[in-house]
Design a protein. Sequence first.
Length: 382
Amino acid sequence: MPTTDPTIALLEELVAIDSVNPSLVPGARGEGEIARRVVIECIALGLAVDVTEVAPGRPNVVAVLEGREPGPALMFCGHLDTVGVAGMERPFEPQHREGRLYGRGAQDMKGGVAAMLGAARQLVDEGGLARGRLILAAVVDEEHASIGAEALAARWRAEAAVVTEPTDLDIAVAHKGFEWIEVETRGRAAHGSRPREGRDAILRMGRVLGQLEALDRQLQSTPMHPLLGTASLHASTIAGGQELSTYPERCMLQVERRTLPGEPPGAGFQEVRAILARLRRDDEEFEGAARLLFSREPYAIEPSHPLPETLARAAAGVGCAPRRIGMSFWTDAAILGAAGIPSVLFGPGGAGLHSLEEYVRLDEVRRCRDALAALARAFTGG
């Protein structure tokens, strides 16, 4: 039976479009086609549309619903890219089962994108906004380096924003950050039969790993953040050595450190550097160095900001009972917040993030849409 709800029909179309991030999967399609579909939707609603190519073939789409009188600006933001589909049988064939829509990106986060566009449709059908403006931002590359959100934040301003990532219709007011750190230990290559001539870079990395394990235990034993738990770290990848009969001359380790609001920038990197300094003091022959590969700061909205409470009232009015929560993963809300746009996360839930079977709950897509429309009316006074 054909879908009659325009929001769900749009979601089906979005899931059917391959928008795998080419920075994650070389040669992937990227966001060009799905961006064009969003443009078509926004033009059909009569919105002013701005398309900016952030990278070749990878455009941000920003659409604006202007109120009849000046007033505050509210932004809804969602990303268009998805992770890869290796191992999935039919990732781009949306399937309905038991009130769920299955397919790559259904939950992360085409359900949220469809909901924010559906909210704009509601407002247009009601005659638009009396005051203020609603900015709809569909951005690229959140699953990799968030170049889309960075480009958005450089050009657009709003008094507040909702990032429609999946939250099971709770309101996320904080999330963790992360640091990716590379550690190298150096040895001296020599024949395996000549231990006096060789130095083993891999065994030296073992000392580093022992110190990192102790640091992780320390981090996870500290008092927990009320919404986010504790900071943590883990060893992600390791490589080293040449062949079985040779002392390895180098070993490379990559580490991820998850960070919390209130920690100083670069906290994990400084911890790793301190470990290497201690090991050098203990053994003058120890050689090791670290470099920071990439990092994103944690985020928390100011406790006094009215956005979470305004959204909670709007959501309650359409049958939701949202809690204030924190998210363990990083999102584009941190980029918007750092640019002076206070942000929260609110979106439909499901299951299967980045897994072989992903779905979004359709009743939550509808309620998210209705809550966002109610928020836009309340926030702008329109």
